[in-house]
Design a protein around this ligand. Sequence first.
Ligand code: NAD
Length: 381
Amino acid sequence: MARGRRNDIGIDYGAIERSKGEAVKAKIAVLAGDGVGREIVPEAVKVLKVIAEKYGHTFEFATADIGGQALDKFGVPLPNDTLTLAKQSDAVLLGAVGGPRWESLEYSLRPERALLGIREALGLYANLRPAKVYTTLVDASTLKREVIEGIDILVIRELTGGIYFGKPKGIEKLPNGQERGINTEVYSTEEVRRIAKVAFEAARKRRKKVTSVDKANVLESSELWRKVVIDVHGSYPDVELGHIYVDNAAMQLVRNPRQFDVLLCNNMFGDILSDEAAMLTGSIGMLPSASLGAKVGLFEPIHGSAPDIAGRNIANPIATIASAAMMLSYAFQLEKEAEAIEQAIVKTLDLGYRTKDIQGPGTQTVGTVEMGDAIVKNLNE
Ligand code: NAD
């Protein structure tokens, strides 16, 4: 399918090209993975099928193994067939990978390596994580209502550089019998430039404010990060730019999160701060993400495989269903359809449906499947 450009973040990242109103025919790679991934992904697929039927689109779903499941079957966490399927698809829907069963394996075999592998192979350098508080869930947060009411933050995390990929890396034996663990935080000008551009473009469509997170007081890689961000800002005079050290950012996120609009982060700072931002909204089970690059986009909840609750029909599927909505918007340019899913989620919450992680007084606690069913029902009404 022809690939185009979506204007609102100003980068080419493999969105399907379509004229307004034209039906979409798309192939979606479905990688449920491990733990709750196997429960929440079917709920998102259920919602996408209803969207296809309701709006006249054709979505072909092709499943493949990833993570621990793939390791058990094929001896590797990211089989070539899975990667080939992802590359040949128009978008990838991912659940989560990992679990205690595979935790003692060497790093190269761990399920989590599949995430790094697929991000690298698809060139997914921009990770977008919106953290918005649903009005009906304000009291589900551990923070006070007056702190979190109205927060609407977009964390933009660089995804293919920094300390998770930098070399040298590894654990080496020292002559004195001890060991030494090494990872390297490394960023090039171009890597910072392209992610900064995404942040400024996204801010232009929002409240026009970028806060760049770094540790420029002690890290040289952060010094370069800040220099390049300031340079890119030169082309965006209409957007306000601020800088914040990561330790202060962690503090400000719980002290006064409403001050943030777009939070621009490197790979590791974004990993940590986006989980913190997620908790402002009540539950990690609510937050979606989109990972974009030059090719196929990948859409997944921000949480992991939640082995502590897996297999019990209690996981919250909303993060994954909202990730499917991001797929419709970013990969297929189906704004109306994406909006319909978001509205169905809001309506379902307004009606009092809650999974266990967000339950509260006067609400009805439902399971994963029942939450998916309720969202489908509200899509149809
Ligand atoms: P996690 O995100 O899986 O779980 C953290 C907490 O949030 C747990 O208490 C869990 O029950 C809860 N939670 C997560 N998703 C939920 C949902 N949908 N509904 C309700 N509650 C939910 O993080 P973790 O426990 O640190 O990691 C578990 C495994 O997942 C590890 O193997 C880790 O490496 C892996 N992991 C994978 C990804 C990914 O696939 N993208 C991301 C993070 C962690």
